[in-house]
Design a protein around this ligand. Structure first.
Ligand code: UD1
Ligand code: CA
Length: 454
């Protein structure tokens, strides 16, 4: 679109019903602040200029909204006198002159590019105002859209609506596009004689028509316009977001056996032919490549899983875990800040942190990289085709060469050269017949004790 556009994001609400010490729009959905979801939708719609209308936590909200390539201006609404009053807090930005002014809410994080672009197209078609509406089974509380012969004639707030108007199920989503050249004039004509004595942005429809202009509606899916006022609504929005993203992944070739039990992050990347088993949680920063399998009950964060690799069941990948192609991290293993080579295996009950492990190396059950001395972190480097016997403690900093072998139960404190065998434990001694002897001695002692008590 060649028309210039300013988006105004209303986020000055005091979030009373969230019962939070933070601004509502800072609360995360899929690990990303609500305000950032809204900004990303605006950027996806090609909008580069944004005015934020803020109340509390202005600095933090600004930080969460900042993006490269986005010009951001903030305006503080000191008194909360209604949505039209809030938009006018950004008066100086509007006055710069834009073809389109788009008003969106900071607490409507599921909005996508499509209805924003449609609303702007409506302006191009000659409307002064285009409202984004939705159909709902339960319209209680929303402004109702009064439509006659395809034109939007008014928006009636629930509190001000008649019985007949309350029966209308086409509602105001709150987001709208306004002709940028007329916006200040129209907004300036809005009064506050209504049930709440607020300056309602919604009155702009009647104001525009009274001035000889036109208004219309674009209808968006109800889910996209779901607003957040309470923690319960926040959880509902999270649920809708998760459902939407899981579905996108499945349609893009990712298999999920029980999708409703998989939790994704806003930035999770899953390639086609990845299989996700039930009850898997993705924290931020995870990429999984093709043909990898994430088995049940695994938790991944800041990790990269290479093609054909397998994780879990019950595995934990922490930030900096980087699994090469066909690597395996099995049950009750934790991997942090470690490069795991192609085809390497860490199958059972192991902690690998601050380490590199070469291709095809096998890490036995119960191996621990002792990376922390209580003050500093140290690194463990293990070469390719090495074998670490079960229950070994590798005390970092330590290096184990290619094709080296560490005997099980070892405490390795010195480097092991390539192709060497290292024992770090006491030698076993065997005493023939001593087991039977020992047992007889114990039995005799027990009988003795009993006799002395009688
Ligand atoms: C508003 C609409 C209603 C619509 C509903 C959709 C008006 C008058 N009503 O009602 O038609 O169906 O949204 O959710 O616009 N805000 C400020 N400063 C203010 C007032 C509000 O920044 O002075 C912000 C709020 O933080 C919020 C948004 O504007 O993000 C909407 O305000 P809110 O009071 O929630 O409006 P609703 O009563 O829900
Ligand atoms: Ca609201």
């Amino acid at each position: 679109m060649t028309r210039s556009c300013l988006a105004i994001v209303l986020a000055a609400g005091d979030s009373t019903r969230m019962k939070s010490s933070r601004s509502k729009v800072l609360h995360p959905v899929a690990g990303k602040p609500m305000i950032a979801h809204v900004i990303d939708a605006l950027q996806a719609a090609g909008i580069a200029e944004v005015a934020l209308v803020l109340g509390r936590d202005a600095d933090q909200v600004e930080k969460a909204a900042a993006r490269p390539g986005l010009s951001l201006a903030s305006f503080i609404q000191t008194e909360r006198l209604g949505t039209a009053h809030a938009v006018l807090a950004a008066r100086d930005a509007i006055a710069k002159g834009y073809d389109d002014v788009l008003v969106v809410y900071g607490d409507t994080p599921l909005i996508t590019e499509a209805p924003l672009t449609s609303a702007r197209s409506g302006l191009q078609d000659g409307n002064d105002v285009v409202v984004i509406g939705f159909e709902t089974a339960d319209p209680t509380g929303y402004g109702r859209l009064l439509v006659e012969n395809g034109a939007l004639v008014a928006i009636r707030e629930h509190k001000d609506a008649t019985e007949a108007e309350r029966a209308i199920t086409l509602c105001n989503g709150g987001l709208m596009a306004i002709d940028g050249r007329k916006a200040l004039d129209l907004l300036g004509r809005i009064g506050n004689s209504n049930a709440k004595s607020e300056y309602y942005l919604t009155d702009i429809v009647e104001v525009a028509r009274a001035a000889g202009g036109r208004a219309s509606v674009v209808v968006a899916p109800e889910a996209e316009l779901t607003g957040c006022n309470t923690r319960a609504e926040l959880a509902y929005i999270e649920k809708l977001w998760q459902e939407r993203r899981r579905r996108e992944f499945m349609l893009a070739g990712v298999s999920m056996i029980a999708p409703e039990t998989v939790f994704l992050s806003h930035d999770t990347v899953l390639a086609p032919d990845v299989l996700i088993e039930p009850n898997v949680v993705f924290g931020p920063g995870v990429t999984v490549e093709a043909d990898a399998i994430i088995h049940a009950f695994s938790h991944l964060e800041g990790a990269h899983v290479g093609p054909g690799a397998t994780v879990g069941p019950y595995a934990r990948l922490r930030p900096g875990a980087h699994l090469g192609a066909d690597a395996k991290v099995g049950n009750f293993c934790e991997v942090k800040k470690a490069e795991i080579g192609e085809g390497a295996k860490i199958n059972h009950l192991t902690y690998i942190g601050d380490a590199t492990i070469g291709a095809r190396t096998n890490i036995g059950a119960g191996t621990i990289t002792c990376n922390y001395d209580g003050v500093n972190k140290h690194e463990t480097h293990i070469g390719a085709d090495a074998f670490i016997g079960s229950n070994s403690a590798l005390v970092a900093p330590v290096t184990i060469g290619d094709r080296a072998l560490v005997a099980s139960g070892s405490v390795i404190t010195d480097d092991v050269p390539a192709e060497a065998l290292a024992f770090g434990r006491a030698r076993q001694t065997v005493k023939p017949g001593r087991a039977v002897e020992l047992k007889a001695r114990y039995q005799a002692a027990k009988a003795n004790r009993k006799g002395s008590k009688d």
